[in-house]
Design a protein. Structure first.
Length: 240
């Protein structure tokens, strides 16, 4: 397994502390970790584009966060609450399938590394942000969260599509049974629509641009521009 990070002083300091601990106190722990084939790597300095998908996600978050915060003025408590809810949205995003089982619609998320499971959220009624300054505190924060969710969830599918095109070339083929993320603006925050490809429909030119997808809501039909297969890892530990 390979763990990659940027050159944040926090990561570098932690790496130095761990290396110092291993060299002084615990050869047994070091030997055990080496047997697990865990490799820690850092991208070159001043090259954030080497971060790939995670740097694209950071850029997207900053872009949308600046725009939703321009909608109103927040107190410290409101700002903290808003950022915590946005953090939950980011940690709920799908990363890769948990299994190849055709009936399994679950995926790995950043939350699995933090709490061992996916995050849960109670769906709330949609809040109109036409006059956000006149709302009470709860509705104001809820409107900002939903606004961020609509923007980020739609763009995250596009980020995955760009990554898959870069790795696979111009091919638009989908494998039957693959787990895909579906772009759906009606989904409430933290609830990503996932499904397994059951059938593809080729057009008159022989190129398939529409697929039938089995989801928890039933079988739906979507065009390829509204779906994206989640990345999987091959035997070398690289995303494909």
């Amino acid at each position: 397994m390979s763990v990659t990070s940027d050159n944040s002083t926090t990561f570098i300091g932690a790496s130095n502390e761990i290396a110092s601990f291993f060299s002084k106190y615990s050869d047994d722990i070091k030997s055990d970790l080496s047997n697990r084939d865990i490799e820690f790597r850092r991208i070159p300095q001043y090259t954030p584009h080497f971060g790939g998908l995670w740097e694209s996600a950071v850029k997207s978050v900053k872009f949308h966060l600046k725009r939703i915060l321009n909608l109103t003025h927040l107190t410290y408590e409101e700002m903290t609450t808003c950022l915590v809810q946005i953090e939950a949205i980011l940690n709920s995003r799908p990363l890769t399938p948990l299994s190849s089982d055709p009936s399994d619609l679950t995926c790995l998320t950043p939350a699995h590394f933090l709490i061992g499971r996916s995050l849960l959220s109670v769906p709330r009624p949609m809040v109109s942000d036409t006059n956000i300054a006149a709302m009470d505190r709860y509705q104001r924060i809820e409107a900002l969260k939903q606004h961020f969710w609509r923007r980020f969830s739609a763009e995250y599918v596009s980020l995955l599509q760009q990554r898959m095109k870069w790795q696979r070339g111009s091919s638009t083929s989908l494998q039957l049974g693959s787990l895909v993320l579906v772009k759906d603006r009606a989904q409430p925050p933290l609830l990503w629509l996932l499904g397994r490809v059951e059938k593809v429909h080729p057009g008159q030119d022989g190129v398939a641009r529409v697929a039938e997808i089995k989801t928890k809501k039933g079988v739906i039909t979507r065009a390829f521009n509204n779906i994206c297969p989640l990345p999987i890892s091959n035997s070398r530990g690289q995303d494909v």
